[in-house]
Design a protein around this ligand. Structure first.
Ligand code: ZN
Length: 255
């Protein structure tokens, strides 16, 4: 009971954050949740980027889908936080929608579980099989656009998403470079920085073979990457889970 109460408070602290959209130079908006003055979550094209401000710099958790798209988010974070010093970039896992913007942070320490670099080298987002999904998704959206009334809100929303996904595809095809983490760990890593404790815990084989959970107790913040993703999504953890015992132990540590 005590644990579930804590979890409720934790979730509540995330949900009550101020939600607003930011219009960018590009023809689409980005949803921003300002959890508190030090924490913001940006959702763009169905994936979250979390930014935390502390005395030693900005901690970024995941780097969205591509350098150009991440650059839009980076500029918002810099403006909102009034600083540009990204000290750490943490990848919850190496899927390109969580690590595609890594190359924008050459001066930051990029952290992930030790299996992540090999995965990223073997599954580059700009390889033919890596580009299959964004190309296919773009075709599906274009088909949907032909089925809705021109000028309707849904039409305009689809148009904006198509434009964003075209930019993503162009970016992956032209300027993307695989940028693997510079610091890795096997089971867990704890970093004390600027008054915060960054606890990173390896979950075991789940959504990928290198999923981690990031826990910042001072902010009552837990970032789980794609571990608790939608049931029908690619690589949903439960049906691939081979290390449930480890996942339970990690959740236990967090709670
Ligand atoms: Zn994923």
């Amino acid at each position: 009971m005590k644990q579930s109460g804590y979890l409720r408070k934790l979730l509540f602290s995330v949900v009550i954050g101020i939600i607003f959209s930011c219009q960018t130079k590009l023809p689409f908006s980005i949803e921003i949740k300002r959890v508190n003055p030090r924490v913001m979550v940006l959702n763009f094209l169905d994936v979250n980027v979390t930014a935390v401000k502390c005395k030693s710099g900005i901690i970024l958790i995941d780097s969205n889908r591509s350098p150009r798209l991440m650059d839009e988010l980076k500029q918002i974070i810099e403006k909102e936080f009034g600083r540009t010093d990204f000290r750490y970039v943490i990848n919850t896992h190496g899927h390109s929608d969580h690590s595609g913007g890594n190359q924008l942070f050459p001066d930051s320490i990029i952290i992930a579980q030790e299996n992540c670099p090999e995965y990223m080298h073997q599954n580059p987002a700009n390889a033919i099989y890596g580009l299959w999904y964004p190309r296919n998704h773009l075709t599906e959206l274009t088909t949907q656009l032909g089925e809705v009334a021109k000028g309707s809100p849904e039409y305009q929303k689809l148009q904006a998403e198509i434009k964003a996904r075209q930019i993503l595809l162009e970016d992956l095809e032209s300027s993307y470079q695989v940028t693997v983490p510079s610091k890795t760990f096997r089971d867990s890593l704890i970093i004390e920085t600027g008054g915060l404790t960054l606890k990173m815990l390896y979950v075991g084989n789940a959504h990928t073979n290198h999923d981690i959970v990031v826990f910042i107790p001072e902010e009552k913040l837990v970032v789980t990457g794609d571990l608790f993703n939608d049931y029908n999504s690619f690589g949903f953890p439960i049906n691939k889970m081979v290390d449930a015992e480890r996942l339970v132990s990690v959740i236990d540590v967090i709670l």
